[in-house]
Design a protein around this ligand. Sequence first.
Ligand code: URA
Length: 489
Amino acid sequence: MQPAELNLARYNVSLDSETDFAGWRGAARRLALGEVRPEDISWHVASDPDQSRSDLPAIPAGAQLVVPRDFIEHAETAFCHSDPTRFAFLYRLLWRLRTEPKLLAIASDPDTRRLEAMEKAVRRDSHKMHAFVRFRKIGDGADERYVAWFEPDHFIVERNADFFVRRFTGMRWTILTPYASADWDGERLAIGPGAAKGDAPDQDDTEALWRTYFENIFNPARLKVKAMQKEMPKKYWRNLPEASLIPGLIAGADKAAKDMIAKMPTKPAPHHAKVQAKHWPKREPTQTSEDDNAGSISELREAAKGCRRCPLWRDATQAVFGEGPDNARVIFVGEQPGDQEDLAGKPFVGPAGKVFDAILDEAGVDRQKVYVTNAVKHFKFEPRGKRRIHSKPNAGEVQACRWWIDREFALIKPELAVALGATAALSLLGKAIPVTKMRGQVIEREDGLRVFITIHPSFILRIHEPADKEAERERFLADMREVKRLMAA
Ligand code: URA
């Protein structure tokens, strides 16, 4: 038996709750300064915080505790993990850091690995919460409010409540989970006790809306059942109105994809010019970090979920990373995810994506064989009532995100890049390009990468005059046929 189980520990420390990081931090500091070894401490969560007390040593006069600055940030994330031994584990790390200040940089150390795995699990759970919380409306008029039920794996409600406040500032809402609830009354956020699933409504008028939305973004030609189930694990299905459609859509996907392809018309091919870029600015990553360890696109995608390189992550649901084979010969680069991409977590699935898909098919470019990504990975928008209106990313945001796109290119090593619009061209070439003047041309970068310039497919959507719209569609189709020719060359 361990000493803690026999309650032989010299120090018993009570925390007010599973998420009482401040309590843990204060106690850990005093214990470390008092030279109390990890094995002499027993950590608990108090059943009644008002009655709880901790035994803590007196701090010797002049004693100072020096730990690496980023430890607290890592510890605060890992603290949300549901592992009941985390309080002791984090104290052990703190204890070791006093004499091994570089410990967190030693990737082979079992404690460092465990810390990383815990943080990753918490980030993943947060990402699922952002993506899969579904509010149901109750009450009308002045009583209107929205309630959601969610079952996180970890203690992440407090950590993520601000995200929902920023996202749904204009609504009154409550998120119920088994261990805690978050309530926003339009002015004040309150964290309360846990609830039961039955406390939350499971139907409302918006269900049909969600189903229509999901049916519309579902692209049968791009269905990958395993990947889909990995991103949207079955455990979340019971709270998602759209989930009832999934089995039927999967079953019908093969036929739907064939029907879609059969409907595509075909058209003749265009010209192309080649331009050599001479003075290209050298590009340095904005910052290096542990994310540099990603050795594959899937690891990079995982790392991007925690991206904080610019403030856009705050209001977006999730980072929308590139999609496609990691040995693709061509990478298409768009601007940034739109509203639908932000919710679905996939690039080009909304209205612009539909135009893009149809024209790619018509040009004979198989979207399954190309990699599609965006210059900026988080959705930037202005809230207007309940709508989120696209807002163009600025040069700083594009620059910050070049860190990711550079790595996507370094891992995939494509022969050709297609810049869909001015933001993509800026990201790929490092300077503003007059896209309408230079469309259809290839610019060669100093590193040898050929960049084909064209417009963004949303440009076609914004044209109202039918004849102009059709003419622009034809020009974009011609560009895509040229891309096809360049891919084959
Ligand atoms: N526009 C883009 O540039 N990218 C998307 O993913 C969707 C719309």
